[in-house]
Design a protein around this ligand. Structure first.
Ligand SMILES: [Zn+2]
Length: 147
């Protein structure tokens, strides 16, 4: 579905399924908009892991957290920070794109042109963009060198 593919179809399906499963744990009593995310990370030993997250809302609305950031923070807290892709499943009849805050949080840990964001309705209907496409001319760690 995309010319971006350096991800195997098998991995794509696995990431989308993982995001959809994580979506089941979504805590979204206010918006009712359930989202799941599955982050694909590799280790120094070239092993790979999938870390999932869901959105977690709060009665104090701004205190809530998106699925993508839940996955990133889980991963980093567990020692993984070399990310290659993330799959996101929200509504089944539309592609769910990461919000601006999540794009920036992802940017901290990845090379934007070499990180893939998979926005999926289901296992066969998805859109893939690089983070560079979603967050062009981004501000990242390199901008703070030489300060
Ligand atoms: Zn977000």
């Amino acid at each position: 579905m995309s010319e971006h593919m350096s991800l195997s179809n098998e991995l794509l399906v696995k990431l989308i399924e993982s995001a959809d499963t994580a979506r089941n744990n979504s805590y979204a009593p206010y918006s009712k908009f359930r989202v799941g995310a599955a982050l694909y990370a590799v280790t120094d030993k070239d092993e790979s892991v999938i870390i999932t997250g869901c959105n977690v809302e709060n009665a104090s609305y701004p205190a809530g957290n998106c699925a993508e950031r839940t996955a990133v923070f889980k991963a980093v807290s567990e020692g993984y920070n070399n990310f290659k892709a993330i799959a996101i499943v929200g509504g089944y009849d539309s592609y769910t794109s990461p919000c601006g805050i999540c794009r920036q949080v992802l940017r901290e840990f990845v090379a934007p042109g070499d990180f893939y964001v998979i926005m999926a309705k289901n296992k066969t209907d998805y859109v893939i963009k690089t983070l560079e496409e979603l967050l062009p001319m981004s501000f990242g760690p390199d901008n703070l060198t030489g300060v």
